[in-house]
Design a binder for this molecule. Sequence first.
Ligand SMILES: C[S@@+](CC[C@H](N)C(=O)[O-])C[C@H]1O[C@@H](n2cnc3c(N)ncnc32)[C@H](O)[C@@H]1O
Length: 245
Amino acid sequence: MKQNIYDNPIFFNQYKALRQKQYNYNRLLEQPTMKSLLPPLANLQILDIGCGMGEFANYCIDHHAKHVTALDVSSNMLAIAKQEHSHPQIDYQLQAIEDYEVASNSFDCITSSLSLHYVKDFDAVIRQIAQKLRPNGIFIFSVEHPIATARHTLDDNWIYDENNNRLHYAVDHYQEEGLREQTWLVDGVVKYHRTIATMVNTLITHGLTIEKIVEPIPGKEAIQQLPSIEKELRRPSFLFIKAKK
Ligand SMILES: C[S@@+](CC[C@H](N)C(=O)[O-])C[C@H]1O[C@@H](n2cnc3c(N)ncnc32)[C@H](O)[C@@H]1O
């Protein structure tokens, strides 16, 4: 069964509050990295998987993409997307990526920010993505970094001294792929841990060529705006992979 935690009202309200903050990890780190990896968008047909509140779909249209199909499994997220970022060239669809059917070679660019760690069968989804991309099409995705999803107790991977200073970051069970249950905003949030090797090799198996891998670090300005983001200089929270068909 596919999880749809973003339709849990308590989770959703807290997530929305996080995203509305002037400075957060998405605005300062994740989205700038995603945008830096994009090809020129003019006239492209784009599929955005796990589109959330539609900000990125809107960005693509602002940058002259021809059309964006924006999928999300959460009706809460899509309600905000439609309210705030409706556009005749954006087609919002309430769909899990696992169930999305469309003709092969339909998209020039497929993107996904922080949604594929919710997907159980990564291999099946990547096979579909590779089919849906046109030749030379680009696939760019970010996930929570596997060093962050590896441990079975995900709530806080930092180890502190008696004065609450961060001593080091703990990674364990890295090679043990599969389900992880986390308390993040609410109890019982399910994510799937997989190694970097599995992700890269799955893309290669389905005929994609890796163009770039990024483990983003914040710049000085971001650290001034959100001092807690400085810990990204010690270990990455996100992993990005850009690949070409
Ligand atoms: C962390 S949010 C990111 C939203 C958006 N991409 C952004 O960066 O603002 C993850 C999104 O993925 C969606 N999602 C989770 N599992 C999904 C699935 N199997 N298919 C489609 N969307 C999914 C969630 O509902 C949620 O909106």
